[in-house]
Design a protein around this ligand. Sequence first.
Ligand SMILES: [Zn+2]
Length: 96
Amino acid sequence: MPIYEYRCPDCADFDLVFEMRSVPDLVSCPTCACTARRRMSAPGISTASSAAFRLIDDTKRSAHEPAVVNSPAPGRRSGPAQKYTLNPLHKKLPRP
Ligand SMILES: [Zn+2]
């Protein structure tokens, strides 16, 4: 069920859950029992896929719980260091 925001003129905003067919425009504030009006707000709709959410969750988790690495990342070769650039024009640049 969707969450609706209400604003009490005397207190802070609060959220309530109603069925879409029975959402009232006015409710009583749970804190002061004053009449609160429904607020219009942006819906919490996301177009991100589950893969995007998984990536976000993994990124957040890795900030606190870094994964243990047992081998180099795939695609990297062990051995001599690779050149930074393969562009032959970069060889003409002045060296420090
Ligand atoms: Zn109130």
